[in-house]
Write a protein that binds this ligand. Sequence first.
Ligand code: SER
Length: 316
Amino acid sequence: MKKIIITGALGQIGSELTMKLRELYGKDNVVATDIREPKDSKVVTDGIFEQLDVTDADRMKALVEKYEVDTFIHLAALLSAVAEAKPKLAWDLNMGGLLNALEIAREHNLKFFTPSSIGAFGPETPKDQTPQVTIQRPTTMYGVTKVSGELLGDYYFQKFGVDTRSVRFPGLISHETLPGGGTTDYAVDIYFEALKNNAYTSFIGKGTYMDMMYMSDAVDLIIQLMEAPSEQLKCRNAYNVSAMSVAPEDIEREIQKHLPEFKLTYEVDPVRQAIAESWPNAIDTSAAQEEWGFSPQFDLEKMTNDMLQQLNNKEI
Ligand code: SER
């Protein structure tokens, strides 16, 4: 990667990835884009920023040509719960944006990354130690777009030789930017509410296990995967990645080590609970470990320490 364009740069992943890429590759070599342009965001003020709606292929192409990028990181997409509420919009945005980006990557021979998700699995997928290659019949529109994205990535690689790479992200936990409308968002909200109110009401039920990862590991692994030699990559689109499999009460126990009075209650949202139950409990990440050395640094304990410390410093 030498010169990189990012879509969805103000999103949960984009906001942290953009800052890290600027640090590593230089401010002039990272072109951050998003549909919004808030003047108070560091992503907008601290480097190159261009407004871009990913359904506008002409503008996307013009920006790729203007900055002569060699790498495309396509993050703009709707998350699972929002996509379930607006399925047609989710298809148009997630698939329309991805196809525009892949076409431009083909025309300009760009290295390409876009995230898939544990949402690409469904109720018939084995729940534990979910294999890299397995049944993928998701029952959400989000999942449908993610499986389609994985297939398109493979298609553009095999048919046109585009160097596509992807991972199936689990729930990502971050303190910089909140996720917008995902099923795993409870695992972020719980930390903010623990510090503010010493209490949290979870919309995901007790005993519901899902894979999770701390954002710093997610950012590092994108860079690691993108810098891995192409010939090492067999699975490409998309690798299972995860750092922990947790249920709400596991996070509760960890938080209570720091805030003994913290209280977790439940008010289950049937829509997001059904989505969670259609996803795996714990996926097998051995292909990512073997093919490009995936090795997350944060388990639940370490992540909880860091989250609470970071949020304390911010005085939310
Ligand atoms: N965090 C995402 C969601 O819940 C999963 O990829 O939608």
